[in-house]
Every structure is written in C-alpha cells, then in structure tokens.
Ligand binder design. Sequence first.
Ligand SMILES: *[C@@H]1O[C@H](CO)[C@@H](O)[C@H](O)[C@H]1NC(C)=O
Ligand SMILES: *[C@@H]1O[C@H](CO)[C@@H](O)[C@H](O)[C@H]1NC(C)=O
Length: 391
Amino acid sequence: MLKVLVCFLLSSLLFVLLHPITAATSYNVVDFGAKPDGKTDSTHAFLVAWAGACGSVSPATVYVPPGSYLVSRAAFNGQCKNTDITIRIEGTLVAPSDYNVLGSSGYWLTFDGVTGVSIYGGTLDGQGSGLWSCKASGKSCPTGARSLTFMNSKNIVIDGLSSKNSQLYHIVIDSSKDVKVRGVKVTAPGNSPNTDGIHVQSSTAVTIQSSNIKTGDDCISVGPATTNLWVEGIACGPGHGISIGSLGKDVNEAGVQNVTVKTVTFTGTENGLRIKSWARPSNGFVKGVLFEDATMQKSQNPIIIDQNYCPHSEDCPGQVSGVKISQVTYKNIHGTSATEVAVKFDCSSKDPCTGIILEDVNLTYDNQPAESSCTNADGTTSGLIEPTSCL
Ligand SMILES: *[C@@H]1O[C@H](CO)[C@@H](O)[C@H](O)[C@H]1NC(C)=O
Ligand SMILES: *[C@@H]1O[C@H](CO)[C@@H](O)[C@H](O)[C@H]1NC(C)=O
C-alpha cells in the first residue's frame, strides 16, 4: 500500500514537473469549426483558436491542418498570457476573391502587440488578381490589403511561409523588434502593382534570410525609422530590387541606420540595390549601409541612389530632397546591367551624399563598357571598379 502511494506521489510530481515542458497546449482550427474546403468562411474558428493560445498561461500551438481555408479579415491581437506561441500551418489561408470584402481596409491578417510568436510553414493566398485588373483598367478601385502584418510586436519568427498574389505588400514588419524572417517564398506576377515582398518600417533588429522573392514591386523595401536590419541570402526577381525608401515623404521623419544586405542575386529586376527619397524637404537620413556580395543578372539599375523621386509630380516639382545619405558601402558587386548606366548616384543638391565607398565592383552592359553617373555624390573607391567610378 505504501509502495503504491509513494509511486503515485512520485509520478504525480514527475507529471507536474514535466507537463509544462512537454505538453504545449495545441489548438487545432478544425476543432473550432474551420473547414478545409476553401469556401466556408473560417475566420471565427481561427480567432477562437488564437484566443485559446493567447490566453494560455503556458506555451501554446495553433495548428492549421492541410487544406484550404477561406479567411476574411482577421486581427490576432495581444497582449497574450504567454510568450511562446507557435502557429504551425500545413494548409493554405485564402483571402476573399471579391476584393470589395477587404476593400480599402489595408490589412488582411494582422498580429498586433504580440511577443514570442513563431509561424512555421503554410501558404497565404491573397487572391490579388481581381484588384490588380481593376487598377489596370483605370476604374476607381479600393486600395486593397497587405497580406500579413506584424505591428507593435517582438520576438517574432516567420519561417518557411509562402505568400502569393497579395493585393498589396505580402509581408509587413512595422513598429516591431527582434524579428526573424527566413525561408520565405513570395510569388506574384512581375506586373502586379504594389506587391512588395517584405516591407520593414519603424523596426529594429529584423533579419531576413534565405528567401526567394518574385514579385511586381520591391522584393524588400525599407521604410523610415528602421535600424539594425540584416538581409542575407535572397533571390530577387522579377521585382524592383531591394530598396531603402521611399524616404523623406514627410518633413519630420526618423532615419534609417545600420543596414546590411549580403549575398543577393537579382534576376531581371528593375533595380538592384537602391536608395530612394522624395524630392521634398525632410529631416530624414540614411546612415551606415553595407551592400556586399551581390550578383546582377540584367538588372536595369544595378546600383542606384535616386533622391529625385517625384511620382505624378506630387507636391515636389522644383524642390530637392532633405534626406542626408552617408556611409554607404558597395563591396563585391558584379554581373550584368540591362542599361548602359550601371552605377547611378543622383543625390540632393542641398544635402549631397557623403562617404560612399565602392570596393570591387564589376558591372558590364551587354558586353560593352557600362557607365557611371554621379550628381552631388562624394566618396572613395578601392580595388577593381568597372565601370570607371565618377565619385
Ligand atoms: C548593426 O546591426 C546588426 C544587426 O543587423 C547588429 O548586430 C549590430 O550590433 C548593429 N551595430 C550597431 C553599432 O548597433
Ligand atoms: C568583369 O566581369 C566580366 C564579365 O563577367 C569579365 O569578363 C571581366 O574579366 C571582369 N573584369 C575583371 C577585371 O575581373
């Protein structure tokens, strides 16, 4: 009898000790009514599963089994009761095919104010083609929605997610900290409007690694107030390249500082490595950027700084950019340009670019000599520089 009691006590103790570690509570969306048929609106089931995981005092998992789930606009909000939530997706989340459902809401799936959330796997299908056609027809259309947004969040992982045909940007990291994006696959047609792959703004310590991005706008775009960004191992194209900017749209704007972009291949892109600012007054800046080990395969503008961005002549004709660009290094950049001018620094006459460094750059144009063009740009070179530097 005593033996049994001791045994029972010991096993109870073991259970109590091990339970929180081994048995993360799992919330399967199908158990809450989600239907993997691609047409039943499963939004409510996803929100209930999230509420369970978010409300759990121990680590929790939201599980999305294989299949296709229609999800209309969904906001997954914090604060949660634990800081270890895994979202394991084996299926596909599909946005409503009628673009009027998301309309001009700006967002499809959002995570706001969460800490310690990791998404593994899964596919997001933004079904953007209807909206793109509407926009192409010149009719008046809603602005659309970004597919996946994290805002006001920290300790986030997005690993192995595929995102296709977003109405607007595919993945957005906004006002967040310590975010790791890796093994992500973005696909949208080369002519789809405003379908940036990954957009980062007002965030710090974001890393984007080992990802493949084919889209109609920037593969990666970096907005104001971004610091300590690390981008490495990206295949980009079709697309508009990797862009810091547009910056300086507003007079008061926080700067971009400490950005590394390493080992990127650009295939048939409109730009390669770009920094872009509006030709408007602004106190914004870009400081401390390293572009290293890039391969260009027929990029139209492999290396470009454009401080005269003024689309549709919106409040900028005759003005110059106030954004100060300094300490930008291009190291070991090679391959082919699809246009004669492979290196273009078109900087502000009011605030010229300073501290530009070119080191081992070899860009060719259709087996002919390529050219460089500099306006208000100052810097130094080392190693082989082809085309001849204009700094
Ligand atoms: C620059 O950012 C990297 C991460 O991308 C970080 O490791 C490094 O400490 C930052 N440097 C400074 C001076 O903050
Ligand atoms: C620059 O690249 C071209 C094309 O890849 C190559 O033929 C050429 O030898 C390179 N120049 C130098 C000096 O390495």
